[in-house]
Design a protein around this ligand. Structure first.
Ligand SMILES: Nc1ncnc2c1ncn2[C@@H]1O[C@H](COP(=O)(O)OP(=O)(O)OP(=O)(O)O)[C@@H](O)[C@H]1O
Ligand SMILES: [Mg+2]
Length: 374
């Protein structure tokens, strides 16, 4: 048995190692193949399916780590090209070896003023703040020069990439596309969860990134692979779990990884050493997961308008709604009119509270839906 790195093997919200990561062998291989062959990749899936985890998993593979310098940046919170450059610069600098940091200092001249001398080592260290990004285009040029002249090829993963479509001012997409096109030894993975925004970026002829990448959609983990994974994790820790229970958890959340992992984490915590976790525990685990989030849910609800609240509650009660602006649904929940529903719906979808799949709508968070229903 390998050394147990964590108390609970159902890890949530971070990547630890292969040991706590289920499957994704095909996806990892696919990504690797694209990169090795010099193609950039767009990775798409609904939220919480496992995109970010997969990027870390890829980066953790031995051949990747040996062959490439890897960088990861999440641009979810960025709203301007300055913030983008800030985020990218930090990602590229942080965690690098000393020799690489020295090259950064040599090449990324526009950020020199952001370097401070480290009191202990006497070496210059980057202490970047947003205000240091004065000439984003120039800094971007220098960063690309840095990547392109590194001693190994580079992989840059940009998470929540759809965000650049909303930057104001400079045409960030066009600017980035041009720079990325000129790269010879730097490869990109663009991950995103807003399907229509991502699709629009890469599949619309009018957009700079049109047909410039290979796309991969991330689906739920295969059920049998996940059941096997869960059983083996319980075993490694001297516990047992009924296979039917794992299958039940998986089905309840349509296999969406985060929700499944949250419940398995809870079930694991509820099971003593040498015990077997049985299907009867499901409801209690689910309830615990909802209770933990209750404060957040109060907060979310308090930020909604009355009309949005009414709509969210109606969708929660209904489960999945297909004719959301039809009179049947509107009457049933006293929602005024179809135009009220439409205008209340848009921000809910944009803020990932409601998930849209074609013309079907449901609450994105299964726990929130349950909390609203009670
Ligand atoms: N293959 C896997 N095995 C085990 N756990 C996983 C796996 N993939 C993802 N997870 C876990 O599932 C959760 C969601 O994964 P992740 O954050 O990668 O999803 P995401 O698609 O990037 O979501 P978002 O769109 O919200 O950023 C995380 O807590 C992660 O630890
Ligand atoms: Mg993510």
């Amino acid at each position: 048995m390998s050394k147990l790195l964590v108390d609970n093997p159902f890890v949530i919200g971070k990547y630890i190692s292969d040991d706590y990561f289920c499957d994704r062998e095909k996806e990892t291989e696919f990504l690797y193949k694209q990169i090795v062959n010099g193609r950039n990749v767009a990775m798409l899936s609904p939220r919480r399916m496992g995109k970010t985890g997969l990027i870390y998993h890829l980066f953790g593979q031995k051949e990747v780590a040996q062959r490439y310098h890897v960088f990861f940046t999440d641009i979810y919170a960025t709203q301007t090209i300055e913030e983008f450059v800030y985020s990218l610069s930090s990602a590229i600098y942080v965690g690098q070896r000393k020799s690489l940091k020295k090259r950064f200092w040599d090449l990324v001249k526009s950020l020199r003023l952001a370097f401070r001398t480290d009191a202990v080592t006497g070496e210059p260290e980057l202490s970047l703040s947003l205000g240091d990004i004065k000439e984003p285009e120039k800094t971007l040029d220098e960063i690309f020069e840095y990547l392109e002249s590194a001693d190994k090829p580079c992989i840059v993963a940009i998470d929540e990439f759809q965000q650049i479509g909303s930057y104001k001012g400079v045409r960030a997409e066009a600017l980035l596309r041009t720079k990325i096109q000129q790269c010879r030894q730097t490869h990109f993975i663009f991950a995103g969860s807003k399907k229509h925004l991502m699709a629009n970026m890469f599949n619309s002829p009018a957009k700079p990134f049109y047909q410039s990448v290979i796309s991969i959609g991330i689906n739920p983990l295969p059920k049998d692979a996940y059941v096997k994974f869960a059983i083996s994790k319980f075993k490694e820790y001297g516990k047992e779990v009924e296979p039917e229970l794992v299958g039940m958890v998986y089905d309840h959340f349509d296999g969406v990884t985060w929700f499944v992992q949250v419940i398995m984490n809870e079930l694991f915590a509820m099971t003593g050493q040498g015990e077997t976790c049985k299907t009867a525990k499901f409801d209690a685990a689910f309830q615990n997961a909802v209770d933990v989030q209750a404060v957040n849910y109060e907060q979310i609800l308090s930020n909604l308008s009355l009309k949005q609240k009414a709509l969210v509650q109606a969708i929660a009660k209904e489960g999945t709604v297909t004719g959301i602006t039809r009179s049947g649904f509107i009457k049933k929940y006293n929602l005024d009119s179809s135009s009220t529903v439409q205008s209340a719906l848009r921000p809910l979808v944009n803020n990932d509270i409601v998930l849209q799949d074609g013309n079907a709508y449901r609450l994105y968070d299964y726990f929130f839906a349950s909390w609203l229903k009670r």
